[in-house]
Design a protein around this ligand. Sequence first.
Ligand SMILES: [Zn+2]
Length: 452
Amino acid sequence: MKKLLKNIDLLATFGSRGEITGGAVLIEDNVIIKVGKTEEMENIGADEVVDLSGRVVLPGFVNTHHHFYQTLFRNVKEVQSAKLFDWLVHLYDRWKHIEEEAVASSTKVAIYEMMKSGVTTTTDMFYLFPHGKDELFDVEIETAVKTGVRFHPTRGSMSLSRKDGGLPPDEVVEPDERILQENERVVKQYHDPRKYSMLRIALAPCSPFSVTPRLMRDTVELAEKYDVLLHTHLAETQDEEAFCIEKFRKRPVDYMEELGWLNPRVWFAHLVWLNEDDIKKLEEYDVGMAHCPVSNMRLGSGIAPVYEMKGRIRIGLAVDGSASNDTNNMIAEIRTAMLLQRVKYGADALTPREVLHMATVGGARVLRMDDYIGKIEEGYAADIVAFRLDTLEMSGCLDDPLAAIVMCDAKSADFVMINGVTKIKNGEFLDVDLEEIISKQNEISKTILQKL
Ligand SMILES: [Zn+2]
């Protein structure tokens, strides 16, 4: 089956062809087979032709950190203005009530809302297994697969409860041994390492203040055995730094080094509180970063030194969990990433093209999928998004249509294709009943919040 996308006002490939005016893309099944100008491809026979005139087209965005279940806990009034540790302690007691239906509902909401803003690949860190309900991770995977998103979830975990000096309550932590067994099970059951894979698994002990050092070390061993990636939160707040110094006598990055977590298969979420020595170490070990500017602003965590790290370590962007964003809008994240660096480092700290590069190629490199996603290029997966240039918000922006997506806030995608399958056309989902999803989500969220 061949599909031709043509008459594209501006095709930004983020690949070897650069930016093409009057562009076209030919797709066979799930793979891009030709990229060029419309006039070169006009007469090629295709089973389906999509006219994308009046649009700018680019590779689908890659979201590198999330907690889907938190879409049920957006905007919780008591912690609208709390910092991370207080926010967590308050919410753990709500989160412990999630079950299968809640996971399925929140997964759909997170993915479709991201898709609407142009995300075609996402990860998720699922680390909540109240009373040992390990099957919740399976529910998340099965639900996500049905949405058609390219998915690289991480099996999260928490093993250090309050009674052992950690932050989470007993009901949501599991023993190290069981976590390791479950990690192994889900990798064997779901991880598909092949090129064009739609589902890969990584392993993700949650954070220095919620897992034991032993679990961190053993997880590295397991990741090496099965050749999968590793993910965790790091250096998010000054409180975390104080916790690490008090409990482990080390700053967060040094603690990770001791545990074998400065490693090319690792990507860290946040990395806000770093000094130059930390950055040098992260660079030397080739680790990746999920930069979450909206969450960092929302919780008052700080400004990550992205300007000092760009070009030195692999950086992707991420909306983070919806209890600390509280949206799943990748366009807003991209725009905020650019603006926030300018607050600290000046007007030329990050350009619109640099942040779009982070959201595409950068994210693909963080998830080690850059051999087949992140670019519009022959041989790459057909993960392609388009934004309209003829909207009210974009009017008067045409001096630079690509940058306009960021500068003028394109808000939502007009066209989204994932692995050759069209998910959104003319701004509408083709196969999703949003009304039903929204009412179910609100019902579950209300029920859980009333459980205290
Ligand atoms: Zn997070």
